[in-house]
Write a protein that binds this ligand. Sequence first.
Ligand code: TRP
Ligand code: ZN
Length: 889
Amino acid sequence: MNKKTEQTIPQPIYRHDYRQPDYWIDKVELAVDLHDDVTIVRSILQIRRNKDTASEGQPLVLNGEKLTLKEIALNGQPLPESAYQVDREALIIFSVPDHFELSTVVAIKPHENTELVGLYQSNGNYCTQCEAESFRRITYFLDRPDVMATYSTTISADKARYPVLLSNGNRVATGELENNRHWVRWEDPFRKPSYLFALVAGQLVCHHGTFKTMSGREIRLEIWVEPQNIDKCEHALLSLQKAMQWDEQTFGLEYDLDVYMIVAVNDFNMGAMENKGLNVFNSKFVLCRPDTATDDDYEDIEAVIAHEYFHNWTGNRVTCRDWFQLTLKEGLTVYRDQRFTADMTDFALKRIRDVKKLRTLQFAEDQGPMAHPIRPESYIEMNNFYTITVYEKGAEVVRLYETLLGKEGFAKGLARYFEKHDGQAVTCDDFRVAMAEANQIDLTPLDRWYSQAGTPVCEVRGRYDAEQMTYTLQVTQSRAPTPAVQPAFMPCLIPIRVSLFDPKGQALPLQLADENVPIGEERLLSLSETQQQFIFVNIPQEPVLSFLRGFSAPVQVKMQRPREHLAFLMAHDNDSFNRWDAGQILAQELLLNLAQDWAAGRELKLDPLFIQSFGKILTDSRLNPSLKAMAMMLPDEKFLGQQIEPIDVDALYEARSFMTRVLARTFRRELLALYQQYHSTSPYSNSRSAIDARRLKNTVLRHFLTALQDEEVIALIGQQFQHADNMTDMQAALSCLMELEIPEREQALQQFYGRWQHDPLVLDKWFALQASSSLPKTLDRVLSLASHPDFNLRNPNRVRSLIWTFCSLNQVRFHSADGRAYKFLAELVLELDRLNPQLASRLVGAFNQWRRFDKLRRNLMESQLNTIIAQPNLSTDVYEIVSRSLNYR
Ligand code: TRP
Ligand code: ZN
């Protein structure tokens, strides 16, 4: 992050400008002396000229920010001041030999660091965050991922206050010093880029376990936490063991060092960081106990632990050549963690959740000012490009390989990738080429998925010819409107899974016109042109089409079809994803119509066909309870908002409330019966079936019964809140109370606060629950919570729980027509920008869709954006987001 001043408008960096560095660094020796007032970092670098790019004597330009240079020597000789130059972001040495040793000593001030990058303090302990470009805040370096070196790190600190000193690799030596200080030396034998460096020091305790690898080595696993959290680590440890085993079984990938450490810290900008052998985690993704964390928290922890572990191969052993290639490691690793979670839980459930997230958040990003390809062409601030597009759409693009090559072909391709590139910093093209080579197929058509922004749209028409007994599918592709400037859309390779059903719900054998016999009941079609036709023959009667099964590509689908077909698929599709999706499409169509009716002052009526289909789902006893919960959930307001322009937040809210009420009234008896059936009176269990049961009965209670607001329901909620022996039930009950204007609401909030005020992760829930209430008074509540003594701008989790929950997830209340919430957010962003630009820039993204709203709200948001951009000394992070937002379309 650099400060923008009047004189310097931040300039973008372009992917096409990549060239190798002028110098390589092979070896790094660090000595970090931690002291209260100042930390001293001594570094010795072995440097050599890159003969391919740099001529002899080429100046050496090292990155460095917020460092105070104390000493500098080349091959042991102190450099005179005339031999180098230091500015705000670099150290330039005018002339250097081909091979040399550079020693520097710098001073840094971790205790003043509120940005949470580089070396900083959290709850009195030290930790680091170097990705993407923050190693340069620890020492002068060629801080780019293609410069890979081996590291040894010696840490010294006060023994009583920092008994635990950790860094990457293996602990090789320790010793005592004067003044009650001690030191520990770490060596990491694997070459790595600087963004994977980590250092931790503090009063920590460790929950440990082991893992025996497939080749028989015993790995020590250590989860380091503050002492009061030692009883909240077992799930994280189990998750790590499961991930290690899964990666061996699925891809034959074994862990390489003898120890794997995870440290939980409270103040962290993101989820977690895959530093070699020493992951640093947001405590939210480590700590849990049944009474403090929900089932969803447990699942998130398992997924994030696995994600960071999987990075050891996809990210660390093979890393990125430059930051434009970020999706090479992130898309691939998200794909891997998605598969892992599917194997640990349920395939369909996981797929539905991932697609829901993609459609709600990534499709929106693609249609707003931040639209970019999964491999961006330029950026001002790299931190702004850790996006849902790079991560989740990137994972979908990796999934395309699996869809085209099969699971085995994919595994073969991955093996080839490691065989070719282990120890290297490579590109997305290298990945595609390895996949293609291993399977002897041309995958160049996939390239456009990397180079084009925007969401492809498939328009589908199916035509049945009774005489010919053919069913013709006509599919075209284009791109959903992308306001940000983009070159013309070129067709992509889109794999489309389809089935056809007869009226009884039987999948038909599928034979294409040029085939002699049917080949299966599900086919994978390849759409690569702008327009294509697929003709199925021997189709005895008009079928019902199931298109893009399992969401076989990250595209939007446009298809005119009778509601009866959707209802039919809701009941009969044997692809669980499409069965769920049919219900969502039907509900969406009705909700958007209801919203229009409400806006026009017409009477609201709910289509009996939908009521009937919903009833069937409700009473389908074969449906897994988690899937049933998913199928019952109506599309959320934010997702619905994306389908219309301008976004009418009140109409959407009213339409959805209406539909909920009608369903709850119609099925009151069935819903209560479901609740009773799945509400367990036996003690907490974390078995799959117990989790499924909680999910279903809490969905019933929170999303349907609560809308009835009658005494019986209020009593149920109250009982669940008072008697819950686990956070899943406790939080669900409290979230019901958040929707009700009754005295029990404030009582419960107080009770919850009293019990959990000392547990920051649980207190985050207390803030988030209040911020997510759809009651009209929520805005005022949020304003007052922002001055609550427990609200703290320096803690990202707390900021996200109150501010992000409200501004991004509570559409109807954030967009209140008086504009007060907008002003509140703008002021908060400016205040936060001085402390933590990375977080401020995430929050300001809540304005990204401003142009899609009605004129009144549009003007209100635009004026706040203008206020922000007019600030002197805005960070590049916030500047980039706000300037893109103001300039789009
Ligand atoms: N590489 C991390 C992951 O996806 C992401 C991350 C953690 C990060 N902390 C960060 C990215 C800080 C940018 C800045 O697992
Ligand atoms: Zn990652």
